[in-house]
Design a protein around this ligand. Structure first.
Ligand code: S3P
Length: 181
């Protein structure tokens, strides 16, 4: 991808539930589009000097959400990059508005059973601690999918390789750029 292409002139914000691959697909997408990559969760951890689990434990979810809102607002001011957001970010009205204003949003969507299987393998997510992953994801889908449906681009992922999702995103970005040209 050339350094200047119609596809890499605006930040691309990846949204979607836990386990859908926002960070790993985001990294690959960034490299394919010759853009920097930023992970909002990692930036929140760096800003707080603590892991997400510790932020939830010490300060609670509301404080985490406030931090998430601030960090994403700051990242959206940076030059165009691929931004992987945390699963709840796009459910926040202010964040949604800022992303709509400054970025192209891409909802990575996958079957909840596939996500449950994936997130069950890791224990770094406080919202899953001691809970049935599928039940948590079903409740999140219920609460968040209406917001997620407002994304600029929706990509059905699944159990396919991340490169397939990256190709689908690039195709959708190209179609969008062509439609706007
Ligand atoms: C959350 C998802 C996590 C992280 C936090 C809360 C959520 O990010 O932001 O644990 O509310 O869905 P990932 O989607 O990257 O796991």
């Amino acid at each position: 991808m050339p350094a200047f292409s119609p596809l890499n002139r605006k930040t691309i914000a990846l949204i979607g539930l836990m386990g859908v691959g926002k960070s790993s697909i985001g990294r690959r997408l960034a490299s394919a589009l010759a853009m920097p990559f930023t992970d909002a969760d990692a930036e929140i951890e760096a800003a707080a000097g603590r892991s997400i689990t510790d932020i939830f434990e010490e300060f609670g979810e509301a404080a985490f959400r406030a931090g998430e809102r601030r960090v994403i607002a700051r990242l959206l001011e940076a030059p165009p990059h691929v931004l992987a957001t945390g699963g709840g970010a796009f459910d926040d009205e202010e964040t949604r508005r800022l992303i709509a204003d400054k970025a192209i949003s891409v909802w990575l969507k996958a079957d909840l059973a596939v996500l449950a299987k994936r997130v069950g393998r890791r224990d770094t997510r406080p919202l899953l601690a001691g809970k049935d992953p599928l039940a948590v994801l079903e409740a999140q889908a219920q609460a968040r999918y209406e917001s997620f449906a407002g994304a600029d681009i929706i990509i059905e992922t699944g159990e396919t390789a991340h490169s397939v999702a990256v190709d689908a995103i690039i195709k959708a970005l190209a179609a969008r750029a062509a439609a706007q040209a």
